[in-house]
Design a protein around this ligand. Structure first.
Ligand SMILES: Nc1ncnc2c1ncn2[C@@H]1O[C@H](COP(=O)(O)OP(=O)(O)OP(=O)(O)O)[C@@H](O)[C@H]1O
Ligand SMILES: [Mg+2]
Length: 245
């Protein structure tokens, strides 16, 4: 197992009940996991705990051989090798595509940076856009820049928080397919959170259904949704807001 999350619990200060309750999950290298749940179920909180933006009240998280947090250790976010793509992409508006991607590569040599920027731009098919500013790009293109920026430093783990919610329905379907292809081609392990069951079905190898901070269900898309259609058929399914959870 590449990622091992054990007995993770957390509550925000002043909250009446625990936001995350005894969360346990193991993830294989290269696996794509979706955390599916209603608004307020704790999805973003789980990502924040994994990224090191919050400290759990108990439990531990291992990524490879490295302990991210436990009773006695806490690895700072920048030392975790974890990349994050936010809902609003959080691109720097005053920087070009190329500069946005270079931002995470500060310790790399000039030559390495240049090479890596070209590699990730090719991966997301934006070679011709490197001199543009974010406001000169479509929503889908901005999302691909955010993905390229997160992939550039070769993270061990990529986290996505509602990556499709700013895209229109047709683009959402196309981007899912592309995102799965890119993630699988790089072999990066990833976790994305969504409240849209079609996103989960289309993209994930396994789905964690989260309800009030607890795992309500865990399995492959077929196990969770009882469908035996192929990934390509599922990718054609129109997005629909979570109905089962
Ligand atoms: N900074 C905070 N302080 C106190 N409570 C918080 C804070 N952030 C989130 N919460 C609460 O923790 C619970 C889980 O929030 P979280 O943001 O993880 O939900 P979510 O599943 O990501 O929801 P959404 O789909 O709306 O983004 C909610 O009840 C929320 O009100
Ligand atoms: Mg959220």
């Amino acid at each position: 197992m590449f990622i091992h999350i054990r007995n993770l619990a957390f509550n925000y200060q002043g909250a009446d009940e625990q936001t995350i309750k005894d969360f346990n999950l193991t993830i294989d290298q290269g696996e794509i996991i979706s955390i599916l749940g209603e608004s307020g179920s704790g999805k973003s909180t789980i990502l924040r705990l994994i990224a090191g933006l919050e400290m759990p009240t108990s439990g531990n998280i291992m990524v490879g051989d490295h302990c991210m947090c436990s009773n006695s250790t806490f690895t700072q976010p920048e030392k975790r090798g974890v990349g994050m793509v936010f809902q609003d992409y959080a691109l720097f508006p005053h920087m070009t595509v190329e500069e946005n991607i270079k931002f995470g590569l500060q310790k790399w040599s000039r030559k390495e940076k240049k090479q890596r920027v070209l590699e990730v731009l090719e991966l997301v098919n934006l070679q011709d856009y490197r001199k543009r500013y974010p406001f000169e790009l479509s929503g889908g293109q901005q999302q691909r820049v955010a993905l390229a920026r997160a992939l550039a430093p070769k993270p061990k783990l990529l986290l996505f928080d509602e990556p499709f919610s700013n895209l229109d329905a047709d683009l959402q379907i196309r981007i899912r397919e592309e995102l799965r292809r890119i993630l699988k081609s790089t072999g990066v392990t990833s976790i994305f959170v969504t409240h849209d069951q079609d996103d989960s079905q289309a993209l994930a190898d396994r789905i964690v259904v989260l309800r009030s901070g607890e795992i309500a269900d865990l399995g492959t898309p077929n196990e969770i949704f009882g469908t035996d259609c192929s990934f390509s058929e599922r990718l054609a399914v129109k997005p629909r807001v979570l109905s089962r959870v």
